[in-house]
Design a protein around this ligand. Structure first.
Ligand SMILES: NC(=O)C1=CN([C@@H]2O[C@H](COP(=O)(O)OP(=O)(O)OC[C@H]3O[C@@H](n4cnc5c(N)ncnc54)[C@H](O)[C@@H]3O)[C@@H](O)[C@H]2O)[C@@H](O)CC1
Ligand SMILES: Nc1ncnc2c1ncn2[C@@H]1O[C@H](COP(=O)(O)OP(=O)(O)O)[C@@H](O)[C@H]1O
Ligand SMILES: [K+]
Length: 490
């Protein structure tokens, strides 16, 4: 899993590297050289370029880049924005060095002062130091970049708050973002991810021990993290594990079947649907491998059924009624992973939850649980996922197009999935996959993150065959089964 950093951690990494003997000027030089290498490779016919530079160190990167590109025969024009008397020593030196080159430098007070007609632009206005709304020329230049053919953003697009992905002013679509030292958290959250273009991470020589020591709090989970060992030859269904899924009220029985089928496709040994007497009769007819019990109508069987299971799921297609409340109450004392999804999430208010609990709200459910609004949840998803985890003392899986998994300490950001998943039933499939990942790895946020990633990866593979429009959760389950040969290693 790839560690992601926030601005504070990045500054600390830079600071310790400088204390270790590499100067701030050298770090800037490495950043700019890496950016120049990427740009020259990405735009091989580049003959001229315009660079928008601020007066912080992000601007310093831009000034150094102008000099390096000039040396490589690219005509560079720098537009400098801000009060140059506040430049850091490194940036100032880079500005002074431009006097010995043919780089043209224009101090910019208004976008009307932009004279160059270059097709390619570099945004080195602001980096991780962005800490307030963009106003005046800072906002106007972002609007200006909207109309440029190709924009490379240095470190982060200048409208993005790097810790949260929040927009601080007008946005533009970058062709690529060249980030320095380590990937910044905000670049992986929507809608920033859709605007930052391709992401290039430039190694500026921060020693590995310093990078490890800053105490990462966020990780990106990718399909390359999904590899797992092949099962031993003497494996049996008891070892594969038992999943109990409670839900499937009449009219919504399909949700529990989808979760059950996904759990089987994920490798569970035995999957039982605990449902109403009415729904129970149909489960085996729909899918013979699924077992069923009328737990929502047979209170006396609940305790025994909970005791038999290795992982309990409560919620897919569950009507939030008295029978459901009794199940929740009984599950509160079990010491095994309990996943609370869909219908169960409507019953959480003022209720003590099981000690090993995963909650899987979509933004609407998250807003209900946090007594906030969908807009607020989506505007600050990292914060919402953290709050959910802390409020319910659970691993929170906040399902969005970039699902977040948070255990109150660490956050995982999923990188897989596509808009084909915007169809009813996809969440039920995730719940089934989550159950099997917990069977395999135990109750950890990392296991939940892998389940979310596997769900999205299966959807990505499925859409290669089926397309995004009309993708059925059953197609995803089929794709998941076909993934195993690729994901299992000896
Ligand atoms: N030695 C280092 O620390 C290195 C830093 N690097 C670069 O340095 C950047 C960070 O530099 P800084 O900390 O100087 O920060 P920035 O260059 O991001 O900008 C900070 C300056 O912009 C001002 N500012 C913040 N928000 C503003 C707004 N909305 N409107 C107008 N002004 C605003 C701040 O008051 C501050 O003066 C990184 O993003 C990276 O590009 C790289 O060169 C690698 C090495
Ligand atoms: N545009 C998208 N990109 C990636 N994943 C998506 C997208 N839209 C939906 N998903 C995923 O699909 C699932 C939908 O879950 P949910 O809303 O609970 O559906 P349901 O309750 O109908 O089963 C979540 O895992 C979500 O992350
Ligand atoms: K920038």
């Amino acid at each position: 899993m790839k560690p992601l950093v926030n601005a504070e951690q990045m500054r600390e990494m830079d600071r310790r590297t400088i204390v270790g003997g590499i100067s701030g000027f050298d770090l800037m030089e490495r950043a700019a050289t890496g950016a120049a290498d990427f740009i020259c490779k990405d735009s091989p016919d580049l003959s001229s370029i315009s660079i928008l530079a601020g007066v912080g160190n992000n601007g310093g990167d831009g000034l150094a880049l102008a000099r390096i590109l000039d040396k490589r025969g690219v005509r560079a024009h720098v537009f400098l924005v801000g009060d140059a008397s506040r430049m850091s020593a490194e940036s100032r030196r880079n500005l002074e060095l431009l006097a010995q080159t043919s780089v043209e430098v224009t101090r910019l007070d208004a976008v009307s002062g932009i004279t160059a007609e270059n097709e390619v632009w570099v945004d080195a206005l602001l980096g991780i130091g962005l800490d307030r709304e963009l106003k005046g020329i800072y906002a106007d230049t972002m609007t200006f970049l909207q109309n440029q053919a190709r924009v490379y953003a240095l470190d982060v697009p200048s409208f993005v708050q790097s810790d949260t992905g929040a927009f601080m002013g007008p946005t533009y679509r970058a062709h690529a973002t060249i980030t320095f030292g380590a990937p910044k958290v905000g670049l992986f959250l929507e809608p920033t991810r859709g605007l930052r273009g391709e992401l290039e991470v430039v190694d500026i020589g921060i020693p590995g021990d310093i990078a490890d020591d800053v105490g990462h709090r966020a990780y990106l989970v990718e399909s390359s993290d999904l590899v797992r060992p092949r099962r031993p030859a003497d494996f049996h269904k008891g070892r594969a594990g038992r999943v109990l899924i409670i839900g499937g009220s009449p009219g919504i029985v399909g949700a529990s079947v989808l979760a059950g089928k996904a759990a089987l496709a994920g490798g569970a040994g035995l999957v039982t649907i605990g449902t109403t007497r009415e729904s129970s009769a149909s489960i085996g007819l729909v899918h013979p491998t699924l077992l069923s019990k009328p737990l929502l109508d047979a209170e006396d069987q609940i305790e025994h059924s909970l005791a038999e299971a290795d992982v309990v799921v409560i919620g897919p297609g569950l009507a939030p009624n008295d029978a459901a409340l009794k199940i929740l109450e009984a599950a509160r004392v079990v010491s095994k992973p309990v996943i609370l999804d869909a219908g169960a999430l409507h019953l959480l208010k003022d209720r003590a939850l099981p000690s090993m609990c995963v909650i899987t709200p979509h933004p609407g459910e998250a807003a209900m649980l946090l007594e906030s609004s969908v807009e607020e949840v989506l505007a600050a998803p990292l914060e919402a996922a953290r709050k959910l985890s802390l409020k319910f003392n659970a691993i929170a899986v906040l399902k969005t197009s970039r699902t977040l998994i948070d255990d109150g300490r660490l956050t995982y950001i999923n990188s897989t999935g596509n808009p084909g998943m915007a169809v009813g039933g996809m969440g039920d499939v995730l719940t089934g996959i989550l159950a099997t990942q917990l069977l395999e790895e135990g109750f950890t946020a990392e296991a939940c993150a892998k389940a979310v990633c596997l769900h999205g990866h299966a959807a990505d593979v499925a859409t290669k065959n089926f397309g995004e429009r009309g993708l059925d959760p059953l197609d995803l389950i089929e794709a998941l089964k076909r993934l195993w040969p690729e994901l299992e290693v000896q």
